[in-house]
Design a protein around this ligand. Structure first.
Ligand SMILES: [Zn+2]
Length: 220
């Protein structure tokens, strides 16, 4: 078990301007305005929440895992991490985290990765890539598969061995753990609440998440 640092938020759930439960296997595309706080809450524990962010004014400018890792000099995301776009802009900053570690190396599960990682007959199982594409197809912004990029896996634990190997390990999250971030510009958030039944990251049991948004505190 790694040493993890936890940071709690002072925001109260009754004050949220948006409060929604997203079942496992569902996609979600939602704007988050500059200054708003956005919380993803792991209701039952060890759920993988595959997430992408876009600059709302220019969705071609989107979350970039390499820029984010290079900027902070660390492969894990937690409080203080600035989520950097492909054009070098700060999309959001993580301001609270009671899980302590989130992955941005493992990517999203897909029909292809299901067959490579698990078994050929897993090909037709529901995947995050499918949820992303389905939600994009219904987007007003006209997002397409060209807008898919390396994503964040909130609550997923992917430790790296001294040899540089990726290990998809048991989760470090638990019921009620959350991660919270402040939008530094108007962004779009695209989520696939992972339907994966073959990965120990979520204990083979995909579960719902809660999504909350707060308006910025009044000035002064
Ligand atoms: Zn997935």
């Amino acid at each position: 078990m790694p040493t993890l640092v936890y940071t709690e938020s002072a925001l109260r759930t009754p004050d949220a301007v948006h409060d929604e439960i997203l079942p496992a296997g569902k996609g979600w595309l939602h704007p988050i305005k500059a200054g708003q706080h956005f919380r993803i809450l792991d209701l039952e524990g060890n759920q993988a929440v595959d997430t992408l962010f876009y600059n709302a004014a220019d969705p071609g400018d989107r979350y970039d895992a390499v820029n984010t890792i290079r900027t902070q000099g660390n492969i894990f995301l937690t409080t203080g991490t600035r989520l950097i776009s492909s054009e070098g802009n700060v999309l959001l900053t993580i301001t609270a985290d009671t899980c302590g570690r989130h992955d941005t190396l493992g990517g999203a599960c897909s029909a292809e990765s299901n067959t490579v990682r698990y078994a050929l007959e897993k090909r037709h199982m529901h995947s995050c890539r499918d949820s992303f594409l389905l939600r994009m197809a219904h987007s007003r912004e006209g997002l397409t598969k060209r807008d898919l990029a390396g994503n964040i896996n909130f609550f997923m634990n992917v430790p790296v061995t001294p040899q540089g190997g990726l290990t998809f390990a048991d989760g470090v999250s638990a019921p009620g753990k959350y991660v919270e971030m402040r939008a530094e510009m108007d962004v779009l958030c695209l989520i696939s609440n992972c339907p994966q039944l073959n990965n120990p990251c979520n204990a083979y049991n995909p579960t719902p998440i809660r999504l909350l948004i707060w308006d910025p505190p009044p000035a002064g």
